[in-house]
Design a protein around this ligand. Structure first.
Ligand code: CMC
Length: 432
């Protein structure tokens, strides 16, 4: 395999090194391009740009492959749980029994939120977007843990284990608090004896004198849902975490920026759009034909939500797992959700349609995740915050990778300026 590419400009050849990843992914290293040729590489939206080397997640969109630290998502989904997978994503190896215990303990010890932080939440209108509340709470964390958030990589890495546990555990507590605040319910304190997902369900659904005891099926389904979101390579919010982190920002600040990026409907908000779509098909008594016809019109606002992906040109492996889990979970909980039937019919119809086949559009993780969340009793406006709990390990691992690079540099892309060329200032009285 070639180790150098060459670029020819005005009869002059410039060598460009080639980088090859451990799974054979090839990249042309253009870092020196501007210095040697005066040109920059242009790639709007970074769709074909490797912004970093990473050891966390391998994603092959053409073949529907997703692996965390080498482990296939299918094996993690069937044999691991969210906390163990989080450890793997963050620290690079599956934990030993002792490491798993210590990590769990650290998460349990750091679940409770300071009373003053509750007041931040209470300052919000109850109808505010849960993602706005969540990002505000996460961005306030450095104020409450200043010793772990010094904005100095060396110092912050020394206290990383605690900061990571606080981020993961408290994001989950914040989400439960936001839910209860919006419903006018008193906050529930976390219970140290409960595992991560059961504790979340307790903080969400317990009543003052009646504890919510999660059925094993419910806690298993929640574990699966969060695990499937644990990391997904350089997606919009994770890249945001890396970008903000690259300015030597502390872990909490970088994560809060990621939470903001996740809020958009094309990223973390797509699961809500899918449910709206399925609900309107249900309400109109349509079989989905109208939605498929509209999606084929090419208009961005009529897309079949939960279909297609920026990098998968094959089945999103997470969608396969979650689609199958939907059946099992709903059956075990004795729930018959008409939206699941609609989703399945819609999927089959789309997969038979030339428009979707020729464009390699398959269901993505969001196509079925909303149906599972609905079965667990999580309201639609909280769906994106659930995604944030799941993605926290990915954000943490990516921040750590940025902070640990000995020769890391601040993210600072360039642009091709297409605005007005130089002109002289005109006094206001002389302007037309
Ligand atoms: N419905 C109908 N047509 C579609 C869809 C869709 N959902 N997605 C893509 N297309 C069309 C698109 O119009 C284009 O058609 P043409 O070649 O005729 O111009 C063709 O398929 C190729 O599009 P693309 O370049 O693959 O799409 P993209 O990379 O610009 O967008 C996407 C990726 C995920 C934003 C898009 O597929 C979409 O809007 N899907 C619906 C929203 C959604 O489900 N988002 C969740 C993504 S998974 C969660 C996450 O990772 O955050």
């Amino acid at each position: 395999m070639a180790t150098t590419a060459s670029l020819k400009l005005d009869d002059k050849e410039f060598p460009l090194p080639i980088i090859v990843g451990t799974e054979g992914e090839k990249a042309i290293d253009t870092r020196a391009l501007r210095a040697t040729t005066g040109y920059i590489a242009f790639d709007q939206g970074y769709g074909n740009t490797g912004s970093c080397e990473s050891k966390i997640t391998y994603l092959d969109g053409d073949n529907g492959i997703l692996r965390h630290r080498g482990y296939p998502i299918e094996q993690l989904a069937s044999r691991s749980d969210f906390v163990e997978t989080a450890y793997l994503v963050i620290y690079g190896e599956l934990p030993t029994l002792a490491q798993r215990k210590d990590f769990g303990l650290l998460l349990r010890k750091n679940a409770a939120v300071e009373t003053q932080m509750q007041k931040i939440l209470e300052g919000f209108p109850t109808a505010a977007s849960p993602m706005a509340m969540l990002s505000a709470l996460v961005s306030a964390l450095p104020a409450y843990h200043a010793d772990l958030a010094t904005n100095n990589f060396e110092k912050d890495l020394q206290t990383f284990d605690l900061a990571a546990a606080i981020a993961m555990s408290k994001i989950r507590t914040f989400v439960a608090m936001i839910y209860r605040y919006q419903k006018g319910l008193p906050f529930m304190f976390p219970k140290q004896e409960l595992p991560f997902c059961d504790n979340f369900l307790h903080m969400m659904f317990s009543e003052p004198y009646k504890d919510y005891i999660a059925m094993p099926e419910v806690s298993k389904a929640l574990n699966l849902l969060l695990l499937l979101h644990a990391d997904h390579e350089q997606n919009c919010s994770t890249s945001t975490v890396r970008m903000v982190g690259s300015s030597a920002s502390n872990l909490f600040t970088a994560i809060s920026a990621g939470v903001c990026a996740l809020a958009g409907p094309l990223h973390g908000g797509a699961n809500v759009a899918v449910m709206h779509m399925l609900q309107s098909i249900h309400d109109e008594g349509d079989d989905g034909t109208r939605f498929i016809a509209a999606a084929k019109s090419g208009s961005k606002s009529n897309r079949l939500m939960g279909f297609g992906h920026a990098v998968y040109r094959n089945f999103d492996p997470r969608a396969k797992i979650i689609g199958e889990a939907c059946d099992t979970v709903l059956k075990k909980l004795g729930i018959e959700d008409p939206l699941l039937v609609i989703a399945k019919n819609l999927e089959q119809a789309a997969l038979r349609d030339d428009y979707f086949i020729s464009r390699k559009l398959y269901p993505n993780v969001d196509f079925y995740s909303g149906i599972i969340m609905r079965a667990l009793g999580i309201p639609m406006n909280m769906f994106t915050t659930m995604f944030a709990i799941g993605r926290a390990p990915g954000y943490i691992a990516n921040w750590r990778e940025v902070a640990s690079q000995p020769k890391g540099r601040i993210y600072r892309p360039r642009q091709v300026y297409v605005g007005a060329t130089k002109r002289d200032y005109v006094a206001i009285a002389d302007r037309k």
